[in-house]
Design a protein around this ligand. Structure first.
Ligand code: GYE
Length: 341
């Protein structure tokens, strides 16, 4: 289906560029008689979305949010690309969006660095680039129009402050606490920010010891593998910080398989980020202690940015989304009923 569509889109683009023949990258190609030729897809706004992959429940919810927002009924043609967590695939997708002369390019960048060249190509083609979810580090911030996503460093700080509070309530404020972290994809801003946020608070707790940090690539399988190896290397882990919920689900399986217990009644405190529905189920089952929210429903937020740009209105360059956290002291059943992801 997708291939067919791409082939058709390429044919349209090729026909359009033949007709344009040297007229630059103007999207509305005047016909020989001087009248505007209608766009091949009517009045639809074409949006290319370079998605990271399908590594987690969060990502699935994010994809769904874009697919249900950028529909033909809403006036869009969405060209969706799943990069399978590889930057090279995302770069290829962005280039193909440029070739197809889409109206907007949206990128959830897998890592923060290495984007300058391809963004310059989009800029030269006059196509606005909107970043969503993770950030990019670029020397020239005119290479993208706006960014919307979570405040990952703040999420990390909230998590570590929660831990301090939790340990305090258990009378363990001065105890030596051994921690490990299962990190996200190294270099992804969700990893960079969350790791940093935890470290900011760690400095104030000399009795907290971070024994090890390793990437679990934001997946359940890798999270489980990393936890298995941590459990083999260290016999006194008090806390495991998982940089997303799916890694925590894997870590919990590893803890149980090793004959240990976790959660509020267990030996090991497990915390994670995202707050997807399955994390609520895990807390209700007594496995996970707390989850720090990261909202994936960026489709409507990006649409709002596009609508403003269409109306020639100013958009805020950096837009953070408000986020909460949830733990087992709350009425999780009622909260879960209202959860959208
Ligand atoms: O936490 C994780 C996903 O970038 C915020 O990516 C996102 C992260 C999210 O794979 O589950």
């Amino acid at each position: 289906m997708k291939k067919k569509f791409l082939a058709a889109a390429m044919a349209v683009v090729m026909a359009a560029s033949l007709a344009a023949c040297g007229s630059g990258s103007s999207k509305e190609t005047p016909a020989a008689d001087g009248k505007e030729t209608p766009a091949a897809d009517g009045d639809l706004i074409t949006v290319g979305y370079a998605q990271v992959g399908a590594e987690s429940d969060w990502r699935t919810a994010n994809t769904e949010s874009f697919k249900t927002t950028f529909t033909e009924e809403n006036g869009y043609k969405l060209i969706f690309d799943d990069a399978q967590q590889k930057q090279e695939n995302q770069i290829k997708a962005i280039r193909s969006f440029v070739q197809q002369d889409v109206d907007y390019i949206v990128v959830a960048p897998v890592v923060e660095t290495g984007w300058e060249t391809v963004l310059e190509e989009a800029k030269e083609a006059g196509i606005p680039v909107i970043l969503s979810d993770r950030m990019m580090q670029v020397s020239d911030d005119s290479l993208y129009t706006a960014w919307v996503g979570g405040n990952f460093e703040k999420e990390g700080e909230t998590c570590a402050n929660w831990l301090a509070d939790y340990l305090d309530k258990q009378g363990r404020a001065d105890e030596e606490i051994n921690m490990v972290t299962i990190q996200g994809t190294i270099g992804a801003s969700a990893q960079v920010g969350r790791t940093q946020g935890v470290e900011n608070v760690l400095k104030d707790h000399p009795n907290w010891k971070m024994l090890d940090k390793q990437t679990g690539e934001f997946t359940q399988t890798k999270g489980q593998e990393v936890m298995e190896s941590f459990l083999k290397s260290y016999d006194d882990i008090d806390v495991v910080i998982c940089e997303n919920d799916n890694e925590a689900f894997g870590a919990i399986d590893a803890i149980k398989a090793a004959g240990k217990t976790c959660g509020p009644e267990g030996d090991i405190i497990v915390v994670s980020f995202d707050s997807v529905k399955a994390a609520f189920e895990s807390m209700m089952a007594g496995d996970l202690n707390a989850t720090f929210e990261c909202n994936p429903l960026h489709g409507p937020r990006v649409e709002e940015i596009i609508q403003k740009l269409e109306a020639n209105e100013e958009v805020d360059k950096i837009q953070y989304v408000d986020e909460a956290f949830f733990d087992t002291s709350m009425d999780l059943e009622s909260i879960l009923k209202e959860r959208l992801y």
